[in-house]
Design a binder for this molecule. Sequence first.
Ligand code: URA
Length: 210
Amino acid sequence: MPNHLTIVDHPLVQHKLSLMREKDTSSAVFRQLLREISVLLAYEVTRDLPMTTKTIETPLVEMEAPVLEGKKLALISILRAGNGLLDGILDLIPLARVGFVGLYRDHETLKPVQYYFKVPDDLAHRRVIAVDPMLATGNSSVAAIDLLKGAGAKNISFMCLLAAPEGVARMHEAHPDVPIVTASLDERLNEIGYILPGLGDAGDRMFGTK
Ligand code: URA
């Protein structure tokens, strides 16, 4: 397993993921579980955030208290399914800046097509966390990271719910500097680019579309 890949094998994450995978899980429950898992994944992605201290007063004494250092994080949702992970991270880091990259996957070529790009200023000075539930072929994720680097981002992490070995390899080849955090490294892609065993189309499962 490449060392830039972290699989969060926490029992709560794995239990919630199994519920999400079940085909009869409703969209409402699926969204709620995704939101909950995203908090737990975000805990791992942000584990190495730089810290500093500031002087505060407790009711008893003065102390040097640890606080986050530097500019606020930038969270980038890769539309549309990324929004399901975004909501959970925003519960944890409500002051983060938020951007959106709109990419859809052409079902014939499996290649990403860009239709929207709006990100915070100063990406160069922010820690950036890009989120998309499914790292499948890696084409969309690589394209999104290309765009973020083009906008100045230098310190990027990628957070997803499920990853396929093919997508991890593609990301590692294109962006070896971008660590990936996921809840599961699944077996493989099928012939039309879906992750197996997977959970189907994350966007459709979230929003009840087909
Ligand atoms: N996107 C999805 O939503 N599901 C997959 O299995 C692959 C890509």
